[in-house]
Write a protein that binds this ligand. Sequence first.
Ligand code: AHG
Ligand code: MN
Ligand code: MN
Length: 329
Amino acid sequence: MLTTFQQHIVQEFARRPESPMELQWLMSAVILASKLIQAQVRRAGLGNILGSFDEINSHGEVQQKLDVYANETLIKCFSLRQSVGVIASEENEHPIVVHKDSPEAQYAIVFDPLDGSSNIDVAVTIGTTFSILHRPERTDSDHPLDWILQGGRRQVAAGYVLYGSSTVLVYSVGNGVHGFTLDPSVGSYVLSHENIVMPEQGHYYSFNEAYNDKFPRRYVEYVDGIKKGALGKFYSSRFIGSMVADFHRTLLRGGIFIYPETPNYPNGRLRLLYEANPIAFIAEQAGGQASDGTQPILDVRPLEIHQRTPLVVGGKREMDYFREFMLKN
Ligand code: AHG
Ligand code: MN
Ligand code: MN
């Protein structure tokens, strides 16, 4: 018998009475929004949804029409839930206040509505990453940013949806990682990857080697070491340019994904709150590790909503060697 996402989450939460009903209800917002987004992604190129929107987002990047559609869809679906106090998105400069002052508001939601925008128009895998945080302790300031600027260990749930050769939802509420594949014939997410454990060692590294002369030497030397057999295996390279897709492969097949700082992005290119944090939460829950080059991503203290970070995420063997290598170099 097939297990749908809905059934799985009911069972999961029954086992963990400390996880309240509202969290289930929030996960159902992810389901609804991702089904709407994937329907547009699947039709991209047919309707008028390809291409740019002639608007610049908060990072000075050109927004694609699908970025805008995905963002609006997620905001709408989450705003319907009374338990959502504040939302932050890659596409909005400031936090969006939803039901913050309601006594029912318990959660902050943070997301990258579409990751891998440069791949939209060429029909390559893209995704959505999300992170759910418990509201902060009540303070005098009670500013919307207080809800958002919380360390990754405060995440109560996180995950992503991949729009690839199939649509896959991967999530964790802090009790392992589970993956569901959308069965388009019935429109339901069906459990396809129960209790995902990242292989201790893989044989792929994922690193944009075009930037070799821009990345710090030690990262390039680390990758060279792996290529030369430092981990006792032959490694091959894969780089899609959608972090979420590169991570998904790393989660299932093992290996390492690396995006360090560059002169153009001195703090790294990826965003801490809605890209690195959910990925790090999933990685740790699956037995892997994620680092900003010096400390675990989940320990980084966020100071800004759109803060960037270097990201290195992978299996135990590659990450142990990474830490050892960084200490020596
Ligand atoms: P986004 O589309 O949300 O702006 O994110 C794109 C990110 C990430 O997905 C990917 O790993 C990285 O940009 C690729 O950057 P480069 O093209 O510089 O390698
Ligand atoms: Mn992104
Ligand atoms: Mn994005």
